[in-house]
Design a protein around this ligand. Structure first.
Ligand code: UGA
Length: 454
């Protein structure tokens, strides 16, 4: 099939490259000309494991352009995967979505096209995009579009860092549409994933026993709500365990054992019960805020979601409180940070807990030295006005430090030469913000180890 993907961020690129690998002719469109030039050279604007290799493998089926005219008129399916970042009031900024919809409308071809919202859009976003396309088509051609397109919602559930795995082996695919023709076309497009009959890329093998993927169809509005509800539920699951972690610390329980004890109940499930600094990233914060804004439009409060947010942001503060408790005075103290990205295997810094932690420490007069295996360059560029000392040398994070905080659970931090590093610290305090390090080993080495909820 011929596919156009508008927006070359995490979602757009992964979708485009994945569908090209499955044999579709894919054109990725982005208004950022620099990005398009780099992509044509095979350079990705983001770090995502395996994506660069897959881009090479699928290059015959892929093209990149800033010109909608080259992508939209002949496409059977046009995905909209532009950013919808949060505005100050919590609602999403829909400028990119609007501009994409208008340009799609101006360039719509003769044949039937399914326009798919993959971006997380507010409820009613699909209807709005449909209207914008129609208006743009009319002003371009002088007459109304004649039933030659339909807007569907296909919410994205991929996680950064495992985006390709989630694309090829998703738990489910959800399609919301009020037009059977659109559902049929998307069923055809996703058939290789639904039936799991494609040859897996060598670096992303099919999980054992996976024979098919549920394909769930519903009306447009329900699919839009699925996306928000899924992210809000995951966010609140994490906040729930973090709230239990606070109590566990008080009563002397170990939250990891508690998580194991409750997670084995299949109704609860083990995943997303990892207590720690809390969630960050571009999705949970933005989507929970958007959900609250949407609810307010209908005169509703959503106290459960509000609580999940407030618990989450307190977790970051708690790290500073722990340091204050240990060091008493932060002025003039050096605190090392291991990890800046909001989670491992990505260089994404959006809503990263490291930012608030570093900022809070700096405001209290501490010196902050930070390392990250992948996100350092990005942090230096994006957080240039924050007085963090960035280093590629882990030794410098520990040297003369009064405490070190593990913020992101990058694998390489598990096996550092902790014995040698301890010798260079002023006081050997480690705060393990992700309950990730080997507590017993560190304690044997003489560290004062503090996890979260244990
Ligand atoms: C999240 C969802 O998991 C995806 O399904 C969704 O498609 C995506 O948002 C989106 O809306 O685009 P992502 O933000 O990439 O994906 O990352 P997650 O793996 O969900 O992690 C989010 C945050 O939660 C991270 O900061 C992570 O460290 C934290 N987390 C996760 C915990 O603190 N505890 C856990 O048990 C799990």
């Amino acid at each position: 099939m011929r596919v156009a993907v508008v927006g070359s961020g995490y979602v757009g690129l992964t979708t485009g490259v994945g569908l090209a690998y499955l044999g579709n002719q894919v054109t990725c469109v982005d208004i950022d000309k620099q990005k398009i030039l780099a992509l044509r050279e095979g350079q990705l604007p983001i770090y995502e494991p395996g994506l660069s290799e897959l881009l090479q493998m699928a290059s015959d089926n892929l093209s990149f352009t800033s010109d909608y005219q080259e992508a939209v008129p002949s496409a059977d399916v046009v995905f909209i995967a532009v950013g919808t970042p949060a505005l100050l009031d919590g609602g999403p900024n829909l400028d990119y979505l609007k501009s994409a919809a208008l340009k799609i409308g101006q360039n719509l071809g003769e044949g039937f096209t399914v326009v798919v919202n993959k971006s997380t859009v507010p409820i009613g976003g699909g209807n709005w995009v449909e209207y914008l396309i129609s208006e743009a088509f009319k002003s371009q051609n002088g007459y109304k579009p004649e039933d030659n397109y339909s807007v569907a919602s296909n919410p994205e559930f991929l996680k950064e860092g495992s985006a390709l795995y989630d694309t090829f082996y998703p738990d489910r695919i959800v399609v919301g549409s009020n037009d059977q023709r659109a559902t049929d076309i998307l069923t055809r497009l996703y058939r290789p994933i639904i039936e799991q009959d494609f040859m897996p890329p060598p670096f992303e093998p099919r999980p054992q026993g996976l024979k098919s993927v549920p394909f769930i169809t519903m009306d447009l509005t329900s699919a839009e709500l699925v996306k928000y509800a899924a992210n809000a539920f995951l966010a609140l699951k994490i906040s729930f365990i973090n709230e239990i972690a606070v109590l566990a610390e008080k009563v002397g329980a170990d939250v990891q054992q508690v998580a194991n004890g409750i997670g084995t109940d299949t109704r609860i499930g083990r995943r997303f019960l990892q207590a720690g600094i809390g969630w960050g990233g571009s999705c949970f914060g933005k989507d929970t805020a958007a959900l609250l804004t949407i609810a307010r439009d209908y005169g509703l409060e959503m106290p459960v979601i509000e609580a999940a947010r407030s618990v989450n942001y307190q977790q970051r503060q708690r790290i500073i409180e722990k340091l204050l408790q240990e060091l008493k005075i932060l002025k003039g103290k050096k605190v090392g940070l291991l990890g800046l990205a909001f989670k491992p295997n990505t260089d994404d810094l959006r809503d990263a807990p490291s930012f608030q932690i570093a900022k809070g420490l700096l405001e209290k007069g501490a010196k902050v030295v930070a390392h990250d295996p992948v996100a350092l360059g990005r942090a230096e560029r994006e957080w240039y006005d924050l007085n963090i000392e960035f280093t590629k040398d882990i030794q410098l994070v520990f040297e003369d430090a009064d405490a070190v905080v593990l913020v992101t659970e990058w694998d390489e931090y598990r096996h550092l030469a902790y014995g040698r590093l301890k010798a260079s610290m002023r006081t050997p305090i480690i705060i393990d913000g992700r309950n990730f390090l080997q507590r017993d080993r560190l304690q044997d080495l003489g560290y004062r180890y503090l996890g979260v909820g244990r």
